[in-house]
Write a protein that binds this ligand. Sequence first.
Ligand code: FMN
Length: 418
Amino acid sequence: MAADPFSPVQIGPITIKNRFIRSGANETKNKNMNPTKALLEFHRAYAENEVALTTLAYIAVSKDGRTLPGQGTLSDESVPHYRAITDAIHAAGGKASAQITHGGSFCQIKDLSTSRCMSSSGGIDKMGVMMGRPFQRAMTRADMDMVRDEFATAALRAEQAGFDAVELHMGHGYLLNQYISPLSNFRRDEYGGSAENRVRFPAEVLAAVKAAVGGRLAVLAKINLVDGVPKGATIQDTIVTAKALEAAGADMLVLSAGRNIESTWKMFGSPLPYDEMAGMQKSLLAKLQFAILKRSTPKMPPFHENYLMEDALTLKAALGPDRKVKLSYLGGVQSLTSARAALDEGFDAVAVARALIHDPTLVAQWKAGTRDKSGCTACNRCVAVMYGPSGTYCPETGNAIDAALNQIYAGEETRHAA
Ligand SMILES: Cc1cc2nc3c(=O)[nH]c(=O)nc-3n(C[C@H](O)[C@H](O)[C@H](O)COP(=O)(O)O)c2cc1C
């Protein structure tokens, strides 16, 4: 029977009050790797407006794992800052998830990281070429142990900071996806080759996180259904990936698609505004990067709601009726009607990013019955401004928790009052 969108659902050891998850979307509202009051207000608004689980996006497991200056890390220093945010979310009736991640070969911004970029495989990285830091090295077993332990430590710090869940980012081309995807994994050991081998390290990381916090925090993994380009991960690969992550103890899989360089259109179901993004860059190399990405974007059908449904249904069917792992549909949920359609298909929850960036009160409006369709046009200008000084907001609505908040708080850090 189809779930009521406003009925609770259990994810591992936690229960969230309804089926709506605010999907992780880089807020870039941290300063010196610590969250700001703007980040607190950003997420408080979601919790006050009926989002059951709001995800603080891209929290790097180490300083070297960041890809943008406004991203945070879970360090001993930042724990009290994050505690202030989770307290605010809890007081507003919501729950908080920390998306923990590492950029791997995407960590090319020289001022951000201290060491040479590392990835599943060595060589020249396409993004790195344009950022002036082209070479990445293949991770050794010692590197893999270090990163695995960093994920587990970050999860423990997330628990200290009052988070209810952690989400391991295994999609979109970041480090753990650099193992899963055949576009970036050329290893010849037991961590490369078949889909079973490619998911082995991400599954080890998940098992370490589960051993650290499982039973107290929900452990989610965000994965790609498909990479969306020839030679990329297929849905058959992802069936193997999902089964391995379920066996490693994942409580929920959040089902995304596409890679940051090769196939952003697959991730978003609509093209990125590359001209606007190029215009915001100072360096010629960065402008060139966006021009190349624009040229490589294929002609695609117009954006439509629930654009990842077909692959999501294939995966769900392959996991079978007795699957233990919960599944969150994601991709183009822009109305209560499309959210209901996903729940009617048997998904346990829906994750929403752009429609909630456009209007953080949307789920409350759905609950009150005052609105169905979001006004978000999937123009993706929120992605373009993410690289600017205000961090992520909707330039179309300039919503209540946008740049104004950043001005009020001017990057002020959020220290817990206690
Ligand atoms: C501005 C912006 C930033 C994003 N940053 C992240 C991120 O940090 N981590 C992540 O997993 N996904 C990120 N995403 C992807 C979204 O979580 C989501 O997968 C995608 O937008 C499709 O969902 P939607 O149709 O509900 O927007 C971002 C999306 C947007 C629009």
